[in-house]
Design a binder for this molecule. Structure first.
Ligand SMILES: Cc1cc2nc3c(=O)[nH]c(=O)nc-3n(C[C@H](O)[C@H](O)[C@H](O)COP(=O)(O)OP(=O)(O)OC[C@H]3O[C@@H](n4cnc5c(N)ncnc54)[C@H](O)[C@@H]3O)c2cc1C
Length: 402
């Protein structure tokens, strides 16, 4: 086949890029190794968060200098962009733009949250700082020093969102081939030839949205990624009497602990939460640990039964910021995962789609040798994390009640 732009990977970023390209009138063919949303995009808890998982606006400025303002505008507006997209395209994915809460587990953590929130507000993004009492009233979770509320955040069903983006791209002329892994990209007479198990695709440019995976395609991108396994679960639907003091409108929460506590309800009243993969907290045990944690943190009258348990691999960049890499002038690779990538992967996908057609370079960090050596070091250190996780959890718990 021949096309203008080949997109590799049909997760949230790849489908968002394909949609942006198709909207601009380009010929687009998407190659997906499995099914649409096969990778991280079918695994999220569904929390739509308009901020970075790590790093304040001031720290982003220090790290990336000139491009910081464009990056901050992109990130700060990312959740709004997701819900606007959903509304405009009419995607049916249980979307609820009712806000994201970021409660602080200690006074020190609240001081940092306050500083970050104030910096985002100064950039023009809405937010509210809540004291301990107001945090408990609004979230139902007790023991926090205070919280930050970002009203543009919210929740959605991630796989249905991803499929909705794919449907919209197809409706605008993009072709998506599932079960079609790209095996290699070669330069051929000024174009790019992509080999797959089923045939060859020739394109003017290639946009690689494999979330840093597929080392055979863009090895320097894969070398810049630190993998992180995350467990998720959904309980059985909770009786109304159990959830009267908890979220009612589709809001979500993720706190400041290292093994962060998260919660939201799905449309059927199931509680959804997650946990990092740690020694002794894997598989069925992870499910039991998460159910007990939900009962404790949310003061439930009992431990809820887990109905669904799953895991997924996140890709972290060394800086925890979205990252792009351009190889050979025409192969663009990007990742914006960092375990909080629904919103960022959407807007970075759109930005990469515009760039592929001659638009401005996406305002995110460009990966270089330093990022790769930091990622190598972090990958080595992350192997020890599971053994230290219980100690870090204990330290966070101790501080929260100090
Ligand atoms: C367990 C878990 C929970 C999460 N929870 C949240 C959350 O609540 N909120 C949030 O904002 N973010 C969350 N995230 C992060 C979010 O899921 C990701 O940031 C986002 O889905 C990344 O999208 P992507 O398109 O870049 O990658 P992916 O969805 O991984 O897409 C990459 C695609 O490329 C395909 N592919 C790979 N190699 C090839 C090849 N050679 N040829 C063709 N195709 C290929 C894969 O099959 C895959 O479909 C979570 C992640 C995990 C793992």
């Amino acid at each position: 086949m021949r096309t203008d732009i080949a997109v590799i990977g049909a997760g949230i970023m790849g489908t968002s890029a394909a949609l942006s390209l198709a909207e601009q009138g380009a010929g687009v063919v998407v190659l997906e190794a499995g099914e649409i949303g096969e990778g991280a995009s079918s695994r999220p808890g569904g929390f739509v968060v308009p901020h970075f998982s790590v790093g304040s606006p001031a720290e982003v400025r220090e790290r990336i200098g000139d491009d910081a303002d464009r990056t901050l505008q992109l990130a700060g507006g990312s959740a709004q962009a997701v819900f606007d997209r959903i509304r405009t395209l009419g995607i049916d994915c249980d979307a609820s733009q009712t806000g994201w809460y970021h409660p602080a587990h200690s006074a020190g953590a609240f001081a940092r949250v306050r500083a970050i929130a104030e910096q985002w507000t100064a950039l023009g993004f809405p937010g509210e700082l809540l004291d301990a009492a107001e945090t408990e009233i609004r979230t139902g979770a007790r023991g926090y020093a205070g919280s930050w509320y970002a009203p543009t955040g919210g929740t959605l069903h991630p796989l249905r969102y991803c499929r909705g983006l794919a449907d919209a791209a197809i409706a605008r002329g993009a072709r998506i081939h599932e079960q079609s892994a790209a095996l290699a990209i070669e330069r051929r007479a000024g174009r790019y030839l992509i080999r797959t198990s089923k045939g060859e695709l020739i394109a003017e440019k290639v946009v690689v949205c494999t979330n840093g995976l597929a080392s055979e395609l863009v090895p320097p991108m894969t070398a810049s990624i630190v993998p992180l396994r995350v467990w998720q679960c959904a309980t059985e639907p909770l009786p109304a009497s159990w959830r009267a003091h908890l979220f009612q409108r589709g809001e979500c929460l993720s706190d400041t602990r290292r093994n962060l506590f998260t919660y939201r309800f799905d449309a059927d009243g199931r509680l959804i939460t997650g946990a990092l993969d740690a020694a002794g907290v894997s598989g069925e045990r992870a499910g039991r640990a998460m159910a007990r944690r939900l009962a404790r943190e949310l003061r439930l009258p009992g431990v809820p039964r887990i109905e669904y348990l799953w895991w997924g691999d996140s890709s972290l960049s060394a800086t925890r910021l979205p990252a792009t890499l351009v190889v050979d002038g025409g192969v663009l690779s990007a990742t914006a995962c960092n375990a909080r990538g629904i919103a960022l992967s959407t807007v970075v996908g759109e930005a990469v789609g515009r760039y592929a057609l001659g638009g401005e370079r996406p305002p995110v960090t460009v990966l270089g040798d330093a990022a790769r050596s930091t990622a190598r070091l972090q990958s080595r250190l992350s192997r020890f994390y599971p053994h230290f996780a219980p100690l870090l959890d204990w330290l966070d718990t101790r501080r929260s009640h100090a």
